[in-house]
Design a protein around this ligand. Sequence first.
Ligand SMILES: NC(=O)c1ccc[n+]([C@@H]2O[C@H](COP(=O)([O-])OP(=O)(O)OC[C@H]3O[C@@H](n4cnc5c(N)ncnc54)[C@H](O)[C@@H]3O)[C@@H](O)[C@H]2O)c1
Length: 346
Amino acid sequence: VSDGRVGIALAGFGYWGPNLARNVVACQDTKLVAICDRDPDRRALASRLHPSVAVVSDWSEALTAPDVEAAVIATPVASHLALAELAIDAEKHLLIEKPLAATAEDARRLVAAAHARNLALMVDHTFLYTGAVRRLREIVGSGELGELRFFDSTRVSLGLIQSDVSALWDLAVHDLTILEYVTGRWPTAASATGAQHDPSPQPSCAFVTLYYDDTFIAHVNVNWLSPVKIRRTLVCGNQKMAVLDDLESSEKLKVYDAGYDAVSTAAAADEHVGPPPVRRRVGDVWSPLVDDREALLVEIAAFATYVRGGEVPHNDGRSGVAIIEILEAAAVSMALRGEPVEITYR
Ligand SMILES: NC(=O)c1ccc[n+]([C@@H]2O[C@H](COP(=O)([O-])OP(=O)(O)OC[C@H]3O[C@@H](n4cnc5c(N)ncnc54)[C@H](O)[C@@H]3O)[C@@H](O)[C@H]2O)c1
């Protein structure tokens, strides 16, 4: 492209697509060239919001618009595979919405096809680009919390009910990506429960427990039928604990200097008659400053860097596949009413 910006064709201008379009326009390294949606009303809106962009109903036409180097796919999950395969055939780099595909097998197929053509493939795991999650990863990585004990994340609201995917597939992706990004660890088994409730055609709530090869444990609670909106993640270490509340406008992240300290047996003998020889510590609470730039803008800049041969992002195709491998194990476990299912990463 003459001006060096990555030219982008976007598929899907429903709920999420307009946010991607707006940030592709805002990012100095990308240029929005074409928008494709099969719904005429969405196309009319796209033309109003982006009058200089080609707005079409046919994805192949969008991909062949002049200067298109990359495809961004924001259509329902079931269509990701077919639209992404067309883009790969047309030699376009890819940024695909979460979850990458409807099955791990489809996702692996896409990753292999993109790899074979030397194309960048990134999955929109948006939360990895929020200032609060990035700061939480730094804090955990520095060892400040000590040895991690558990992770507990709640994402519930009277949300947008999806017809093609369950609340597990739609919402838990966010918590699972945050969990892995912050801890750097992949679970070995999943135990999940959940149920379907009208009007949701698919399971509308899910409670997922994830096991690791030591005593660290994670839990994710998602649904779209809750009267109150909660977006809260607790990371507990043996030294300190961190709470991320995404609904807070400021102070999204708080670190608690709290826990139980072992006391020497001599002191313990003075203070206690019997066990436990520990002392409860309730110390300072501090709220680290976090970058408040819009996550999608930071992410799209990272995508442009990746397309140009720069740093491979954390949320590349391989990580998109692994997240789906966790979701699949959880879905099998849910059908077995919580029986733990080993997660196989291939
Ligand atoms: N990263 C996030 O935080 C986030 C948030 C919301 C949705 N999403 C993801 O974005 C994707 C889309 O979700 P949504 O809520 O915007 O869905 P949506 O149903 O609101 O929008 C999808 C749009 O795609 C269009 N479409 C469907 N099939 C098409 C096709 N074959 N060709 C062209 N256009 C087609 C539809 O007409 C619709 O306008 C999903 O993968 C979802 O998981 C991500």
